[in-house]
Design a protein around this ligand. Structure first.
Ligand code: KG4
Ligand code: ZN
Length: 335
């Protein structure tokens, strides 16, 4: 047949995922989440690689069998080349090479950050070009100007921690388990965002910095706890709401500047932190006031997943952008 059927693999961090896409339509998105990292309070790279090695074959088998497509009908195999953890990437890249070689089909390398943006093309409604995408997760914080499916420019990004990292690290200071982001979101709903004031870091241009708030919260808590050892438990919702408010404020200041600078009204958010209800509500309100069209993918497509890799691979297949078996993963990879 002339169908374009692609198997896509994602293994850049701590989710092992596989997806099948046929003619640009995602058929499934199988994700195995690694829980081994919880007790360490963060992703342990060596443990992540080992878990990928265990999870990858079952995840791929499930993606293929639930798609109803025979392995031999596949047109190409795609994988995340970077950015990500080297050991984790290697598992996916090695598998994809062997798979492509055994079926004698082309290999497609995908940039993980480009894929986060292309998650917006998995389902309707889809943003129109050009649009601005704010990609926010545990590993990345980027403002991307998207000119076409494969033409993107990073116009601003964090110079240190990602915003998800800031959520998780401040949550840890509050005694919350990893990953703390979703818990901060939960407690913030019952708190007053103006109860405590934390500094908003302003970087030049459209860049971000999220390492300052961690230190500010650390010193603030240290002082308060000296006076009242029960300060955190007595103020948890207000603390979470105030921290979240500050982080959202920092994200939106630069987003508004970018919108002005590039004169676009199509705005998209991507990445795990786009699940944050405070960010969603504030953005929805802002979009209404400013007349922006706002796009937020399903949560399943916001966190790391292979469906977004499959979507990127589909567009690369159409352009004949393949790589050889000598391709290597890149821990750092530019858009
Ligand atoms: O995209 P993702 O699953 O993985 C990375 O590529 O990093 O993002 C995970 C990050 C974590 O930092 C997690 O705490 C954060 O997204 N996160 C949230 C929420 N849900 C996930 N942060 C704030 N509020 C949430 N509701
Ligand atoms: Zn990611």
């Amino acid at each position: 047949t002339n169908d374009i059927s692609i198997l896509a693999i994602e293994s850049s961090c701590d989710e092992t995922s596989a997806s099948i896409i046929v003619n640009g339509k995602v058929l499934n998105n199988i994700v195995a989440t690694q829980s081994v990292h919880e007790k360490y309070g963060g992703v342990v790279p060596e443990l992540a690689s080992r878990a990928h090695q265990e999870n990858l074959i079952p995840v791929v088998q499930e993606a293929i069998s639930s798609s109803g497509i025979a392995k031999t009908q596949l047109s190409a195999v795609a994988f995340t080349r970077g950015p990500g953890l080297m050991g984790s990437l290697l598992v996916g890249v090695s598998f994809a090479k062997a798979f492509a070689r055994s079926l004698d089909i082309p290999l497609i390398d995908v940039n993980h950050m480009q894929a986060h943006v292309l998650a917006h093309f998995i389902e309707d409604p889809k943003p129109a070009f050009p649009f601005i995408c704010l990609t926010v997760s545990g590993g990345h914080t980027q403002l991307v100007l998207v000119k076409s499916h494969l033409e993107m420019e990073v116009v601003g990004e964090t110079q240190d921690d990602a915003v998800g990292e800031a959520f998780d690290k401040t949550a840890k200071l509050l005694g919350l388990p990893y990953p703390g982001g979703p818990l901060v979101d939960k407690y913030a709903k019952e708190g007053n965002p103006k109860a405590f004031k934390f500094p908003v870091t302003r970087m030049p241009g459209l860049n971000y910095s999220f390492s300052g708030i961690k230190t500010a919260v650390l010193y603030f808590l240290r002082d308060q706890l000296q006076e009242n050892p029960k300060f955190i438990e007595e103020n948890l919702p207000d603390l979470c709401a105030s921290i979240q408010y500050t982080l959202i404020e920092m994200l939106l200041i630069k987003l508004k500047e970018a919108v002005k600078q590039f004169a676009v009204k199509e705005i998209a958010i991507a990445g795990g932190v786009s699940a944050n209800s405070g960010l969603r509500n504030t953005l929805a309100e802002l979009a209404r006031r400013k007349g922006w069209n706002l796009y937020v993918p399903k949560f399943e497509y916001c966190t790391d997943n292979a469906a977004m890799i499959a979507m990127a691979a589909h567009y690369k297949y159409l352009k004949g952008e393949f790589v050889g078996l000598d391709v290597t993963p890149l821990a750092k990879m530019k858009l």
